[in-house]
Ligand binder design. Structure first.
Ligand code: ADQ
Length: 482
């Protein structure tokens, strides 16, 4: 295929950065979806004449015409349709029923179904073809996440002139777990189509390089893989972050300040508010966290008259069995805990399924004395960084799982092992009773990290390195040694 597109920078992600909404008069329109990735990439997209390729959500009916590419907020958006069967097999199936649990330490059992794999290959091919059609000659293409791991190689076959980057937003598992995947070699080869393969942590990059050596047999040296044709692929860590300045500005606004006070008022002006905010996902460790808290209420450490745990858990992937099961388990636990330990007007846990605008999130972060983030495994976890960004008074304690990528940067948090309920209880009590001076010391250090390593640094850091990749065919000839 020859270059016939005009975009100098192409983002390929599972979802488009917009949602289709229907106005009250029945007219469909696109609304920008909130999300760090869009905000992070928007400035570079403008400079580069960028295009974004992704699934618009929903299923395409049989015989329905493809949605045409369109321009929104100065970005060229290219929708990739999925049929109902592909939503089931590619998205809910292979992406979220096979890869998601496998890459998160097998917290749930991954299902290996051959028809899901066939759908994954087919959809990845479609994404690669769209990218090939819109990219200008020598353009940079940045492919995102576990749903699209075959795209780099498929795209390189179509367009060898491109510079291709890949970033994985979830953990990359150790060889011992990844090797369960029946299609492990094909996935590794898919990723090797990129010039740079990015992970949140150095450990993910090391797992990848080791697997490439073991399972594909290519030569590797530190973070570099050398392919038989001499092309080199670099695997490295690029820890993602948030727009910290933006969050802080929001948190300082009079509206958010007022709203944070109103939230505490609605909770009955407690002495202590603990907060959890997560997508309702079995990797996030919501169940053991609430159990640890409930035990502290049951044994009298905390009193529901002056302490409350606010848990926001937004439902997600509800058509996947594991998610439905987990939601039921947590709903039951909260019901039991509140039934047994709550008093009139004072539940032990205030439990919410809503999805909120950023202002409300900032107000919740401002209203909380202790943020509790306890995933069993998490690529990074942005919620804890958002909390830190909002604590401009240098107050507020963070209890954080050592298995969240963020723990590598936020080492001043009260770090916990989410599998150790007693350890979590001890850390929560310690954070609750810490001297204000100690809380401030920890928060100050974490705020410095989050301020200095923001999402702009992440995006420009990755793209600058991709930009520096020598386009194929113009490689320096290596001089013989000596
Ligand atoms: P997620 O698993 O979705 O992301 P996380 O990083 O915590 O996890 O991001 C969640 C985002 O959703 C945050 O920005 C948060 O503010 C927002 N959010 C959560 N609950 C909300 C609610 N009720 N209403 C509105 N917004 C809500 C995946 C990986 C992570 C990795 C990110 C980015 O699993 O490990 O950090 O991608 O790479």
């Amino acid at each position: 295929m020859t270059a016939n597109g005009s975009a100098d920078l192409v983002i390929v992600a599972n979802r488009l950065p917009v949602d289709r909404v229907i106005d009250p008069d029945g007219t469909p329109r696109w609304r920008r979806s909130p999300g760090g990735l869009v905000s992070a990439l928007e400035p570079v997209m403008r400079v580069h004449d960028g295009a974004w390729i992704g699934w618009p959500g929903g299923a395409q009916e049989e015989g329905e015409e493809d949605l045409e590419p369109f321009v929104e907020d100065g970005m060229q958006l290219v929708p990739v349709p999925l049929s109902a069967q592909e939503v089931e097999e590619f998205y809910e199936g292979f992406s979220n029923g096979t890869l998601w649990p496998l890459y998160h330490d097998v917290v749930a059992k991954p299902l290996f179904k051959r028809e899901w794999w066939e759908a994954y290959k087919r959809v990845n091919q479609r994404f690669a073809e769209r990218a090939a059609a819109v990219a200008a000659r020598g353009a940079m293409v940045w492919v995102h996440d576990y749903q699209l791991q075959l795209v780099p190689q498929l795209l390189r076959e179509l367009r060898p002139d491109l510079r291709i980057g890949f970033f994985l937003h979830i953990p990359f598992p150790p060889a011992e777990l990844f090797s369960q995947l029946p299609w492990r070699r094909a996935v590794l080869e898919g990723l090797l189509g990129a010039d740079i393969v990015g992970f949140h942590l150095p450990g993910g990059a090391q797992n990848f390089v080791r697997l490439v050596r073991q399972r594909v047999g290519h030569k590797t040296h530190r973070d570099l893989v050398t392919l038989p044709d001499g092309r080199q692929v670099r695997a490295a860590a690029y820890p993602i972050s948030i727009d910290a300045a933006d969050f802080e500005e929001l948190a300082r606004s009079p509206e958010v300040t007022r709203r944070a006070e109103a939230i505490r008022g609605a909770l009955g002006h407690p002495k202590r508010v603990l907060l959890g905010v997560d997508r309702l996902d079995y990797t996030k460790g919501i169940y053991p966290r609430l159990r640890a808290y409930a035990e502290l209420v049951a044994d009298g450490t905390f009193d529901v008259e002056d302490t409350v745990f606010v848990q926001v858990a937004t439902p997600s992937r509800e058509r996947v069995d594991e998610y439905r099961k987990m939601r039921d388990e947590i709903d039951m636990l909260v019901g039991r805990v509140n039934g047994n330990l709550g008093r009139i007007g004072h539940p032990a846990i205030s439990y919410l399924h809503s999805s909120y605008p950023r202002e409300e999130m900032a107000a919740l972060y401002r209203a909380a004395d202790i943020m509790v983030v306890t995933p069993y495994r998490d690529g990074m976890n942005l919620v804890c960084k958002e909390y830190v960004a909002c604590r401009y008074d240098n107050d507020g304690a963070l209890v954080l799982s050592e298995f969240a990528g963020a723990a590598h940067e936020l080492s001043q948090a009260w770090l916990v092992n989410p599998y150790d309920i007693n350890g979590m209880k001890a850390a929560i009590v310690e954070a609750a009773n810490a001297e204000p001076k100690e809380v401030t010391r920890r928060m100050k250090a974490m705020r410095k990290t989050v301020r200095e390593h923001d999402v702009d640094r992440w995006a420009t850091g990755f793209l600058d390195e991709l930009d520096a990749v020598r386009p194929p065919g113009r490689r320096r000839v290596r001089r013989p040694a000596g």
